[in-house]
Design a protein around this ligand. Structure first.
Ligand SMILES: [Mg+2]
Length: 238
């Protein structure tokens, strides 16, 4: 029976960027600084460049966390004297982990999947930090619908590595033909499904869709939750 649905988390069911923005607003405001759209855009751009530095090995995590908030303190209007960047960073991470934001319609979609496809089992496969993913899932109620969260920090391997999916499939305990991977990312979700030999749905495809479908052996595309539900229902009966 085709009943094991493996979902990516961020930008597939939860909105990572909305949580990040909300947490930043809370933390910046709480510390007496002024939060604006420009503050968030500035933080995002700086953060992105720092994560690239981290990947290259030119800075470590502590330096990344320190620099991103010292830089933000300089950018924000208000008195940042005496603020400790690492303390504010820790508060930001904590705040984000309890401020999950579902993608619009995501919870209704997941509920419908569980109700209308007999025996449906829903799993999450996500690259990232365990606390952040678990906390955001719990704060939205998404966790109630999920059999298990497979997350790279616990597993020591990331999507799209085949080993990541080997661990998922071992946990699910059913043949890979009964599983399908649903996600928004070509480089982690669709490539991961291809590496693992799983059926795949590219959620909210963009760009040169035909070329990507060929390159990544994608089985289905869906641009919204209604389409996704129909695709999964049909697949489950096949
Ligand atoms: Mg994603």
């Amino acid at each position: 029976m085709h009943r094991n649905f493996i979902f990516d988390l961020d930008q597939t069911l939860l909105d990572f960027h909305a949580s990040e923005r909300r947490a930043l607003e809370i933390v910046v405001t709480k510390n007496g600084l002024k939060f604006t759209d420009e503050v968030y855009d500035h933080f995002k751009a700086k953060n992105k460049s720092l994560w690239l530095e981290l990947e290259k090995g030119t800075i470590n995590r502590t330096e990344l966390f320190t620099i991103r908030f010292n830089d933000l303190f300089d950018f924000c209007e208000g008195d940042s004297t005496g603020l400790d960047p690492l303390e504010v960073n820790a508060d930001f991470i904590r705040t984000m982990s309890v401020n999950g934001v579902p993608m619009p319609g995501a919870l209704e979609f997941v509920r419908k999947l569980r109700e209308e496809i007999p025996g449906a089992r829903i799993y999450i496969a996500s690259n990232g930090a365990t606390i952040n993913a678990q906390g955001r899932m719990a704060s939205t109620g998404l966790d109630k619908f999920i059999e298990h969260l497979y997350i790279s920090e616990d597993m020591g391997v990331n999507k799209p590595e085949k080993e990541f999916y080997d661990i998922c499939l071992e946990g699910i305990g059913e043949p890979k033909e009964t599983c399908i991977m649903i996600g928004d990312s070509l480089s982690s979700d669709m490539l991961g499904a291809k590496n693992a030999g799983l059926a795949s749905v590219w959620f909210m495809p963009s760009g040169d869709v035909d070329a990507a479908v060929r390159e990544y052996d994608i089985d289905y595309c869906a641009s919204n939750y209604d389409e996704l539900f129909e695709v999964l229902k049909t697949w489950s009966n096949s």
